[in-house]
Design a protein around this ligand. Structure first.
Ligand SMILES: NC(=O)c1ccc[n+]([C@@H]2O[C@H](COP(=O)([O-])OP(=O)(O)OC[C@H]3O[C@@H](n4cnc5c(N)ncnc54)[C@H](OP(=O)(O)O)[C@@H]3O)[C@@H](O)[C@H]2O)c1
Length: 334
């Protein structure tokens, strides 16, 4: 079969398309003929050797895909040949076929196409867990989303709206803000690109205060980090929840927050690690996926697939995300 391979660590241009042996079915697993995979920020980090979990070289990147089951191993109970599923695997998705444990594959509704299914699990899974289980977002509260037109960002805009929040989108270009408004954000504003100096940080805090009539957002969703985080925490509302999602601005600039702010604001800084939670509480995650399917069937969420690439151009798909060009999700059609 054909697969996108990482044979040496480095930028996406180093990835190669290769012929590799088909994976063999083993007990408790299913074989999926992939139809689409989707790119996430961890793919960008992993191929460069910068992710918290590093597979041995050579490996096939790709954390999630959707397709049709073509074989089932002994002991598989709830899935059968012909089922349409998405799968979360961490690696291996950017290939024509993948073998995954039964528990990693989830049947998708007939109304959902493979591109949408591949785009859904990590971004919407993370964001629903973040807003519901970690952020306790309530109807009528104000939610500020940084990097709001990115994968997890846009999912959060839609879910925030579906949960009845007043959603403020923050992103680096007007085009990205327009997309967030199309997906339900109530307001949006542009922040500067690059490391913010003190004056720019103060301006960012003031802008957030201005848009919330001085009260500040109740929940801040931050997948960006860097110099953006502290001014956002400074603007948070009394008893606000600051959700730490990721560090797209760079692992070398992980923010260190002054703890006096949590005291002065009566607020919480809340870590969100969806993958670890899924491993510990798979049944709760299953319920969240059911809720996501319901929201999709009601038209309340609709993953934005802004760019799709064929498998031969898989390296370009990853470069697109790395270069901050992605809006919503980048898909690899297989
Ligand atoms: N905690 C969890 O469980 C969990 C789960 C999934 C993902 N994540 C993390 O969430 C973050 C976002 O993931 P994603 O898949 O949504 O990525 P994405 O689609 O690339 O979105 C990230 C956004 O961050 C902004 N950004 C700011 N500085 C950037 C920079 N130097 N390079 C690239 N983007 C930059 C960009 O928006 P602007 O151009 O508008 O600033 C971009 O749209 C990553 O750090 C990822 O590891 C965490």
């Amino acid at each position: 079969m054909k697969a996108l391979r990482c044979v040496e660590l480095g930028p996406p241009e180093k990835l190669q398309i290769s012929e590799v042996p088909d994976p063999e079915i083993i007990p408790g697993h299913v074989l999926i003929d992939n139809k689409a995979g989707s790119v996430n920020f961890p793919d960008v980090l992993m191929i460069q050797g910068l992710y918290q979990f590093q597979p041995e070289l050579p490996f096939t990147p790709g954390g999630e895909s959707a397709g049709i089951i073509s074989a089932v191993g002994d002991g598989v109970e709830n899935l059968k040949v012909g089922d349409r599923v998405f799968a979360m695997t961490g690696i291996g998705a950017f290939a024509e076929k993948i073998v995954v444990p039964e528990a990693a594959a989830v049947k998708i509704p007939y109304s959902m196409n493979f591109e949408t299914a591949a785009a859904l699990p990590m971004t919407y899974g993370t964001s629903l867990y973040a807003l519901k289980q970690r952020g306790m977002l309530k109807e009528g509260e104000t939610l500020l989303v940084l990097g709001a037109a990115g994968g997890v960002g846009l999912a959060t805009v839609e879910l925030g709206k579906a949960m009845g929040a007043n959603v403020i989108a923050a992103a680096s270009t007007q085009e990205k803000i327009d997309l967030c408004i199309e997906h339900g954000a109530d307001q949006g504003f542009i922040y500067p690109v690059g490391k913010l100096d003190r004056a720019q940080q103060k301006e960012l805090s003031s802008k957030i205060k201005e848009l919330t009539n001085g009260a500040g957002p109740n929940v801040v969703y931050d997948p960006v980090g860097g110099s953006y985080s502290e001014p956002c925490l400074r603007s948070i509302a009394w008893e606000g929840r600051y959700l730490v999602i990721g560090f797209a601005a760079g692992a070398d600039a992980i923010p260190k927050m002054p703890l006096n702010l949590t005291l002065l604001k009566g607020c919480q800084i809340v870590g969100v690690f969806w993958g670890a939670w899924v491993g510990m509480f798979p049944d709760d995650n299953k319920k969240n996926f059911e809720e996501l399917f319901e929201l999709h069937s009601e038209g309340k969420i609709n993953p934005e697939v802004s760019d799709s690439f064929c498998l031969d151009d898989g390296s370009k798909a990853i470069a697109h995300l790395k270069d901050r060009k992605a809006k919503g999700k980048v898909i690899i059609k297989i």
